[in-house]
Ligand binder design. Structure first.
Ligand code: AMP
Length: 281
C-alpha cells in the first residue's frame, strides 16, 4: 500500500491505480466499521483509496478536534491488511493552505438544517467542503459512506447529484458490537458503566421502529416517549425523530421509507444511531 501525504504524491500515485477506483474517507482511529467499508470497496472496485484526515472544518470550537485520537501508523497497517491500495493522509496545511477560516465552503441547504444539523450548525458544511476536495483530488468512480451517519450519507448523495460529480455513492450497513452498540471512534470516551448503558440507544430506537406499526399511532408522541425513555436510562437526548429516510423531513404517514433517528449524550460521548422501519420486514 502506498501512502501519500501531499497532493503531488497523491496525483502521482493515482496514475498507477486501475479503474474503477473506490474512495473511503475517514478520520482514522479505525475500527471494524471502517474496515467493513474498505472491504465493501475492494469487492466492488479495482483499486481502493482510503483517506485519513481529522477535518478541522467539521468540528465546532467546543468539540473534540484537538483530543480526537490520531494513530496513523496503526491505521496504515490495518488498511494494508484489508486490501487498500493507497492511503491519502494530508496535513491541515496541505488541505487548507490559506487557513480554515477563510476557505471556500460547499453547503447543502435544507437537509443539513435538521437532526444533527440543528445542534451542530456548521458541521455539515465542513463535511461537504472536505468531501468535495477529496472527490476532486482522488477522482473516484465510487465512494463509500456508513449508514450509521445516515444524515451525512443523505447530504453527500444530494451534493453529488446536484453538483454533477461523476461518481456513485454507496451506503454501507452499520457494523455493531455483539450487544447492538454501533461501532464508533467516540465509544472510547465512555466509562465502563456508560458502556453498559450505551447499547440501549439502539434498543430504544428499535422499540420505536416496532411501535410505528401500531394502528393510528402518533409519531410525535412516540418521539417524545423515546426521548423520555433515553433520559430515564441516563442519556441526555439531543433528538429522537421519525423521518422520511430520503428527505429527512417529519412525516405523519406510514411509508416504506421511514427511519427512526436518535442522538444522545452519554457522559462525554455524543452517540448517534438510526433504524429502518421496514414495511414488510
Ligand atoms: P469517521 O472516521 O467517523 O468520519 O467515519 C468514516 C466513515 O466510516 C463514515 O462514512 C462513517 O459513516 C463510517 N462508519 C463509522 N462507523 C461505522 C460503523 N459502525 N459501521 C459502518 N460505517 C461506519
Amino acid at each position: 500500500m502506498r501512502i501519500a501525504q501531499t497532493k503531488t504524491d497523491l496525483r502521482e500515485a493515482l496514475e498507477e491505480l486501475n479503474r474503477p477506483i473506490g474512495l473511503v474517507p475517514t478520520m482514522g482511529n479505525l475500527h471494524q466499521g471502517h474496515l467493513d467499508l474498505m472491504q465493501w470497496s475492494t469487492r466492488k472496485t479495482a483499486s481502493t483509496i482510503a483517506t485519513i484526515f481529522v477535518n478541522p472544518l467539521q468540528f465546532s470550537p467546543t468539540e473534540d478536534f484537538s483530543s480526537y485520537p490520531r494513530m496513523l501508523a496503526e491505521d496504515a497497517k490495518k488498511l494494508e491488511s484489508n486490501g487498500v491500495d493507497l492511503l491519502f493522509a494530508p496535513s491541515d496545511e496541505e488541505m487548507y493552505p490559506h487557513g480554515k477560516e477563510t476557505h471556500t465552503n460547499v453547503t447543502v441547504p435544507e437537509i443539513t438544517a435538521t437532526l444533527c444539523g440543528q445542534s451542530r450548525p456548521t458541521h455539515f458544511a465542513g463535511v461537504t467542503t472536505v468531501v468535495t476536495k477529496l472527490f476532486h483530488l482522488c477522482q473516484p468512480d465510487m465512494a463509500f459512506f456508513g449508514e450509521k451517519d445516515w444524515q451525512q450519507l443523505a447530504v453527500i448523495k444530494r451534493m453529488t447529484q446536484e453538483l454533477d460529480f461523476p461518481l456513485e455513492i454507496e451506503g454501507v450497513p452499520t457494523t455493531r458490537h455483539s450487544d447492538g452498540l454501533a461501532m464508533s471512534s467516540r465509544n472510547q470516551y465512555l466509562s465502563e458503566e456508560e458502556r453498559q448503558i450505551a447499547p440501549k440507544l439502539f434498543e430504544t430506537l428499535r422499540h420505536l421502529a416496532n411501535k410505528c406499526f401500531t394502528l393510528n399511532v402518533d409519531f410525535r408522541e412516540l418521539e417524545t416517549a423515546g426521548a423520555k425513555q433515553l433520559e430515564d436510562l441516563g442519556f441526555r437526548p439531543d433528538y429522537v425523530a421519525i423521518r422520511d429516510e430520503n428527505t429527512l423531513q417529519p412525516t405523519t404517514k406510514f411509508t416504506h421509507d421511514l427511519r427512526v433517528f436518535g442522538a444522545a449524550y452519554l457522559g462525554k460521548a455524543r452517540l448517534i444511531d438510526n433504524v429502518s422501519v421496514n414495511l414488510g420486514d
